[in-house]
Design a protein around this ligand. Structure first.
Ligand code: SAM
Length: 218
């Protein structure tokens, strides 16, 4: 995503970070293999593992969720407005990226929780929560939201990808308690009746009845 004419700063920072770690690891590996500097083996292993963890996290998020692309600030506010977030609500952002939705929800008086599979983004989200002075109202979990159960939440926010929407619809409709609202940015659920939408691509769904266990995929 571009912002203010430049490459989005976190993506650029992540790319620079990966490139730096990779170059460092390769440089040290060169030292070990060609110069016989055996004492460099430990740093080579650590840096290689670090690179592998981040690459695996990115690949995992692409296959089992959505790649990182932040919601622009205007639509963050639109999601919270459409979902009617009010003080005292609990808001979950599934795949919370840099934590911007969590920070906005906490500013609106909600208790905000996010799940993030990418360790770098998880760290950035925690830093952003702290910088906003809202760490007490924001929890950021490092992990996969598919393994969580969402039966104690008022509002769920999502910015996923088409291929994940059917599975997420089944999960949320079978777990959410009646009255819970879901604001999805860009992507619609295949069968869940739409409650409202904004002109900018935010879709609102409401859990109307008792959780049923499953819904049709068709
Ligand atoms: C499109 S971004 C949305 C970020 C944020 N919600 C926003 O709207 O700005 C999707 C995020 O979900 C994360 N993600 C993808 N699959 C995930 C999974 N299975 N569990 C937790 N996070 C996941 C990605 O790393 C990425 O940060």
């Amino acid at each position: 995503m571009t912002k203010g004419g430049g490459i989005y700063p976190y993506l650029r920072a992540a790319a620079i970070f990966f490139a730096a770690v990779l170059i460092l690891a390769l440089g040290l590996a060169f030292g070990v293999i060609w110069l016989g500097a055996g004492f460099l083996i430990a740093p080579v292993i650590v840096l290689s593992l670090l690179t592998a963890v981040f690459l695996v996290a990115i690949l995992y998020s692409v296959f089992f969720g959505a790649p990182f692309l932040p919601t622009d600030r205007r639509n963050v506010e639109e999601m919270l407005r459409l979902a009617g977030v009010r003080p005292g609500d609990t808001v979950y952002d599934l795949g919370c990226g840099d934590g911007r939705i969590l920070v906005a929800a906490a500013k609106a008086g909600a208790a905000a929780e996010g799940w993030e599979i990418n360790p770098l983004l998880w760290l950035i989200a925690r830093i952003n929560a702290r910088r906003a002075g809202l760490a007490g109202r924001i929890k950021v979990h490092l992990g996969d939201y598919w393994f969580e159960r969402f039966d104690q939440v008022d509002v769920v926010t999502l910015f996923l990808i088409t291929s994940q929407m059917s599975r997420m619809e089944r999960k949320l409709r079978s777990e959410l308690r009646p009255g819970s609202r879901v604001a999805s940015y860009v992507f619609k659920f295949p069968t869940w009746p739409l409650k409202a939408k904004s002109g900018s691509g935010v879709y609102l769904y409401v859990q109307e009845t008792k959780p049923e266990g499953s819904v049709s995929d068709s």
